[in-house]
Design a protein around this ligand. Structure first.
Ligand SMILES: C[S@@+](CC[C@H](N)C(=O)[O-])C[C@H]1O[C@@H](n2cnc3c(N)ncnc32)[C@H](O)[C@@H]1O
Length: 225
């Protein structure tokens, strides 16, 4: 059992700008992220980048939430001028600022940014067609509550896609997870079975979990189209 984080919601991400920015610089450089993914987690993280292109195939008018958006890695597949409502949400003001700059650099003026806690999203029920939640669940204080809140704001039939670090995939990786949990960058997290439970308990079906090293890429759909 990994230690529970007691440092309050959002933990260090909200306060520690340097760690947040260092993470963002790494994840935005695909080769660095690929090397670190292999080295730290034994994972092939290329899917994080290939899935960005799925945004290009969404129907016009789709409503998308990206939580946690971090510095804006997931919306790189958005094309300027595309008629989508894209809302990028994070608890860290420093990362939202970086994400805003990233969007401006890419001509994505329509992306809306919201500073909010995943446990209490300021959106009405059943609002979004798609939720992107990359590299988030292992950082949240209550991943089960986060999935349930994300599911609340998804419309019936809406899709959740994301990735998360898993416990129990290897001794070395569990040591790293303990280290980051102790530093307040990771929350309690969970293994592949817990991830499946968070998704199904929240009312999601068609659950797919693909594990690469200590990282899982997952997708699921809200019931009741
Ligand atoms: C590892 S980063 C992932 C960011 C981005 N999805 C990516 O892949 O680069 C984790 C993010 O979770 C955010 N975060 C942590 N706790 C949060 C919470 N309770 N609500 C919203 N965002 C949170 C952090 O600020 C940080 O941006």
């Amino acid at each position: 059992m990994l230690p529970r984080v007691t440092d309050g919601k959002g933990m260090r991400w909200r306060r520690d700008r340097i760690s947040a920015v260092l993470y963002d610089v790494g994840v935005k450089h695909q080769r660095v992220a690929a090397a670190l993914g292999r080295l730290l987690w034994g994972s092939d993280v290329r899917r994080l980048y290939s899935e960005q292109h799925l945004l290009a195939s969404l129907p016009e008018g789709s409503v998308v939430i990206d939580i946690p958006c971090g510095g804006g890695v997931a919306f790189r597949g958005l094309e300027p001028g595309r008629r989508l409502a894209y809302v990028a949400v994070d608890l860290s003001r420093a990362l939202i600022l970086r994400a805003r700059k990233e969007a401006a650099r890419r001509g994505l003026g329509s992306v809306r940014f919201v500073e909010a806690d995943v446990d209490a999203l300021p959106f009405r029920d059943s609002h979004f067609d798609l939720c992107l939640a990359y590299n988030g669940l292992h950082c949240f204080a209550s991943p089960d509550q986060a999935v349930s809140e994300i599911t609340r704001v998804l419309r019936p039939g809406g899709i959740l896609r994301g990735s998360t670090v898993l416990t129990g995939q290897g001794r070395r990786q569990d040591i790293l997870i303990r280290l980051w949990t102790g530093l307040g960058m990771f929350g309690p997290g969970g293994g592949a079975g817990e991830l499946r439970s968070w998704l199904s308990d929240a009312g999601l079906s068609r659950i797919q979990v693909d594990v690469t090293g200590a990282i899982a890429f997952f997708s699921a759909q809200k019931r009741g189209i």
